[in-house]
Design a protein around this ligand. Structure first.
Ligand code: FPP
Length: 233
């Protein structure tokens, strides 16, 4: 039976290497990466996905040179200036996971506006992981849960699914597939909880050169895989 894909996540790796290959500065790779977020999001929406989660900035990315961090923080503004109108037309909703507090005010404002403007849209959700780390997400969930236990609002004995309610991804359907571009075989602290039963796919293309056709091919390959979730079929 064909598996319906609801939620796909992407680690958009290889912008820097792509730029270097073209003799361009790393920032040119990120800039091209922004264009491709649009291309793949439109394709994903047309293919009927419910959620596309993209790793735009990790809690580890703060360690990059200040100039590059500054450039990466301007990308949401570039993206929404260029594409918000089209996203609205396509009925795409914007959401974010990660900690908004440490993000520069201007960037946070742009993100909040896009989330607000698209709140009523009923098509695909394009979910940006910004200042996001998988371990941090679990620590924050544990803190929140501990507070609820201390306040008598939650029992000490709970199931995994109940703990899942404390995670940033709790409102989304389960993650079906993770795609990482640029030939690296790592998870890089992305969606650790959700990845427990997701399928993983690693492609050699750098993020700026991943085409909608190739993306669709990944989805088709996923549909041919048999997911057993630890059981037998
Ligand atoms: C990793 O590639 C990529 C990032 C750290 C940034 C990803 C961000 C985008 C693709 C754009 C985000 C778009 C919006 C709208 C916020 P790398 O530069 O580390 O590649 P390298 O490993 O080749 O150096």
């Amino acid at each position: 039976m064909e598996e319906k894909i609801r939620h796909v996540a992407i680690i958009m790796d290889g912008n820097g290497r792509w730029a270097k290959k073209q003799g361009l500065p790393r920032t040119a790779g990120h800039r091209q990466g922004v264009e491709n977020v649009r291309n793949i999001a439109i394709a994903a929406n047309d293919l009927g996905l419910e959620v596309l989660t993209v790793f735009a900035f990790s809690t580890e990315n703060w360690k990059r040179p200040e100039e590059e961090v500054g450039y990466l923080m301007k990308l949401p503004s570039v993206f929404f200036k260029r594409f918000l109108k089209e996203l609205m037309e396509k009925n795409i909703r914007i959401t974010m996971i990660g900690e908004m507090e440490q993000i520069p005010k201007e960037t946070a404002k742009v993100l909040q506006a896009a989330i607000e403007d698209t709140r009523g849209n009923t098509g695909m959700t394009l979910n940006f992981a910004m200042n996001y780390g998988g371990r941090r997400e679990i620590v924050l969930a544990a803190q929140q849960y501990a507070q609820d236990v201390a306040a008598g609002k939650a029992p000490l004995q709970i199931e995994e699914a109940q703990f899942g309610q404390y995670l940033m991804t709790s409102a989304f359907p389960p993650l079906d597939l993770l795609i990482r571009t640029s030939g690296e075989y790592r998870i890089s602290n992305f969606l650790l909880w959700d990845l427990a039963y997701a399928e993983l796919m690693f492609v050699d293309e750098a993020w700026p050169e991943l085409t909608p056709e190739r993306f669709q091919e990944c989805l088709q390959r996923f549909q041919k895989r048999e997911r057993r979730f630890g059981g037998l079929k």
